[in-house]
Design a protein around this ligand. Structure first.
Ligand code: PGA
Length: 239
């Protein structure tokens, strides 16, 4: 597995941002799917700086949403799309037609899944999928036990996800389901980056890279992807 360990979270974020900028130089109309959550925030800020200083151009790319809490949207503080809009789309004035996000408030969530599946299919797959890892090994909201062969689907959230997910909200928030890209999308993405930083993620990263490949630990699927990078900081590295 191509693992790279960076000295600190800033070095990790700078590298990831430059990597995205470079991809967009090669393929300006690339389809990107970027995780929300704490891990990529510094990467988004670094990417915004690159764009604002003329070193990255995000005018022609397309963004596909990775996941969302069912019942929430971009204006709900703590939602997955909230962070993307705050840290990336708003500062870069990304046009609405560049953004294909789940409507997790839709009456028919299954139709919403098929709509996003179709967007990805029509664009020939994801050029880049950047994900973090959950404390239970989840990728996006693919919880332990999710079939590797799933495309977009509704997931019942694991207890760990509900508990850890409270960090995104200023008050205790009821979470029960997510709408998410599936791991088959990950397998079909042209390139995958799994990012993690900090000591608390060291054990799940170790398990993802060196444990058995099993649906009980979704991130282990990364071992099967032919073009995956695992980028972590030194605090997250326990071999
Ligand atoms: P985090 O979330 O970046 O906020 O730690 C990662 C995840 O749950 O996938």
């Amino acid at each position: 597995m191509p693992l790279r360990v960076f000295s600190d979270p800033t070095a990790l974020a700078d590298h990831a941002a430059r990597h995205i900028a470079h991809l967009l130089t090669r393929k300006p109309d690339a389809t990107l799917c970027l995780a929300s959550g704490e891990t990529p925030i510094a990467t988004f800020r670094a990417l915004v700086e690159l764009a604002q200083s003329g070193h990255a151009n995000l005018d022609r790319c397309t963004f596909v949403g990775l996941d969302e809490w069912v019942g929430m949207g971009p204006t709900d503080e703590g939602s997955c799309s909230y962070y993307l809009f705050r840290d990336l789309f708003a500062p870069l004035q990304i046009r609405p037609e560049q953004i294909h996000y789940f409507d997790a408030k839709a009456a028919d969530l299954t139709a919403e899944c098929r709509r996003i599946d179709a967007v990805i299919h029509e664009r020939g797959g994801l050029d880049l999928l950047l994900v973090g890892i959950g404390m239970n090994g989840h990728i996006a909201l693919n919880e332990p036990g999710t079939p590797f062969t799933n495309y977009c689907h509704i997931s019942e959230l694991a207890e760990t996800t509900i508990t850890v997910g409270q960090k995104y909200f200023s008050t205790p928030t009821a979470l029960s389901h997510g709408i998410t890209l599936g791991l088959q999308h990950l397998m079909e993405a042209h390139e995958v980056i799994l990012m993690a930083s900090g000591e608390r993620k060291a054990e799940v990263i170790r398990q993802a890279l060196h444990g058995p490949v099993t649906e009980q630990f979704p991130a282990s699927i990364i071992q099967k992807h032919p073009n995956a990078h695992i980028w972590i900081d030194a605090a997250c590295d326990n071999g």
